[in-house]
Design a protein around this ligand. Sequence first.
Ligand SMILES: *[C@@H]1O[C@H](CO)[C@@H](O)[C@H](O)[C@H]1NC(C)=O
Ligand SMILES: *[C@@H]1O[C@H](CO)[C@@H](O)[C@H](O)[C@H]1NC(C)=O
Ligand SMILES: *[C@@H]1O[C@H](CO)[C@@H](O)[C@H](O)[C@H]1NC(C)=O
Length: 410
Amino acid sequence: MIGVVYLVYAGLLSAVLPVHNARHSPITQQDMAKYRDRVKSMFYHAYNNYLDNAFPYDELRPLTCDGQDTWGSFSLTLIDALDTLLIIGNTTEFQRVVNVLQDTVDFDIDVNASVFETNIRVVGGLLSAHLLSKRAGIELEPGWPCSGPLLRMAEDAARKLLPAFDTPTGMPFGTVNLLKGVNPTETPVTCTAGVGTYIIEFATLSRLTGNPEFERVARHALKGLWESRSEIGLVGNHIDVMTSKWVAQDAGIGAGIDSYFEYLVKGAILLQDEEMMSMFLDYNKAIQNYTKYDDWYVWVQMYKGTVSMPIFQSLEAFWPGLQSLIGDIGNGMRTFLNYYTVWKQFGGLPEFYNIPQGFTVDKREGYPLRPELIESAMYLYKATKDPTLLELGRDAIESIEKINQRCSRS
Ligand SMILES: *[C@@H]1O[C@H](CO)[C@@H](O)[C@H](O)[C@H]1NC(C)=O
Ligand SMILES: *[C@@H]1O[C@H](CO)[C@@H](O)[C@H](O)[C@H]1NC(C)=O
Ligand SMILES: *[C@@H]1O[C@H](CO)[C@@H](O)[C@H](O)[C@H]1NC(C)=O
């Protein structure tokens, strides 16, 4: 949904960025219209420069201004931008890009691809654009939503991922060769998010195509994780998918785990699946009990519950939004405000923030323009209409523009 991501690593953010908490004026309807236009022009800046300088590679390298393949060889930025084109109302460009992708993208390629990344970016990007097409007024193929060019591409891509799920536990390998299947020397160690982040795309695919296999493997992988949780109800960071042994035993809500919890909640809502929601609510009890201190969440040992790292990670900023989705707005808002103070301290979120020290962690100072805190602000704003949440939106626009000006001047 973030469309084109500028890859900017801004070093020590506090040294680079002015902090945008000076203005505290309320945001008016007029401001909103202006910010909306600015966001659109930021999108076109990134999008047009990708097309001019990087297509057909996956991503633009903004400093050398050329293209490179990153997650495969899919013209990934175009796939990523599809739903954004619909949301900002550019249906002619959307149609053009659908034709280009149909003519150029081939998933029958000798590429070692991340199963997780290919699912969320490629399968997810194609499916969300396919489903948004109607509301955006695109001319639809007869039989839509069970038919259409983007659905066929999504199914092609997802089929290439299925061999990864053929393990004794049903939990997938992390990497698959799109042409040859799982490499014989592939490591059996996968992160938790890499096991539990398929149900939204795969259930959608199964229900649209009538092929139950996708949803079946995604559910089987979720069950594998659920059955591997510790006695105190936590999951670790990396698991051996051949034996179900935990290889990394840090439990928390951030890197390596994050979207497993996200997909349990969003999957439960999408599919109206009470079992998935009750799994999440059980995890949530253990997380609140063992990892939460003063509305911050830390990392703990998954069997003992003892604190292993008192760190807040930028990726964890999706959590307040997830709490609002389960109706826990009070907790969500309190944690959001903690995270927003970090944003204001640096003008962005550093990858790691040491909570007791109140500062960044060595070599983890950068902000690669992650959307998690912004997504949380969006969900909480929908639930509360609290104007503080719009201020985060304004700060994010200002910071991202500042980062890029610094970049193009250097
Ligand atoms: C849609 O995007 C294309 C490519 O950036 C641009 O040339 C065109 O003007 C846009 N159309 C609208 C209606 O904004
Ligand atoms: C994929 O990974 C395997 C195993 O590590 C390696 O032998 C092969 O060369 C890789 N293929 C590509 C296209 O990178
Ligand atoms: C909360 O943690 C305590 C130990 O600190 C434990 O005795 C209790 O069972 C836990 N409750 C839940 C719901 O996890």
